[in-house]
Design a protein around this ligand. Structure first.
Ligand code: AMP
Ligand code: ZN
Length: 140
């Protein structure tokens, strides 16, 4: 995708501050960091949404999550870390190429955490679980 900024980074048309690279994925520093050490991990192949990716390619990417999370957190001397992956504009996705954020966290860093939990109704949860299960292409 020639108009995708991350594809252009993969192609070497736009510079990036590289952290890690192999045949299938690339990690680099976020150019608009939410915190020091904010790093991104992307598949080299263009997919807009996580669910478009073949499971084997997700598995490859996911295989790097623990080491990346540990390295980013320890290198920044952070107390914690958010690993974030947005799908769709409504979720906050600005770049339409799958990416995982690694965002180091510290007490009082001002980033906050909005999680306005609702009270669950178990009948509704059951209906929702059934609806999701019906969409899952797996044997039970
Ligand atoms: P999202 O909102 O989840 O789509 O996040 C996109 C992220 O990509 C943002 O945090 C941007 O700062 C980052 N970003 C956009 N363009 C570049 C670039 N050329 N190099 C590095 N990071 C970028
Ligand atoms: Zn792309």
């Amino acid at each position: 995708m020639s108009d995708c900024v991350f594809c252009r980074i993969v192609a070497g048309e736009i510079p990036c501050t590289k952290v890690y690279e192999d045949d299938l994925c690339l990690a680099f520093m976020d150019i608009g960091p939410l915190a020091d050490g904010h790093t991104l991990l992307i598949p080299k192949k263009h997919y807009e949404f996580l669910y478009e990716m073949p499971p084997e390619e997700v598995a490859h990417l996911a295989g790097h999550l623990p080491a990346m999370a540990k390295a980013v957190q320890e290198a920044m001397g952070a107390e914690g870390l958010n690993v974030l992956q947005n799908n769709g504009r409504v979720s906050g996705q600005a770049v339409p190429h799958v990416h995982f954020h690694f965002i180091p966290r510290a007490r009082g860093d001002g980033l906050g955490y909005r999680w306005p939990a609702k009270e669950a109704d178990f009948d509704v949860l059951k209906e929702q679980a059934e609806a999701i299960r019906a969409k899952l292409d797996v044997e039970w």
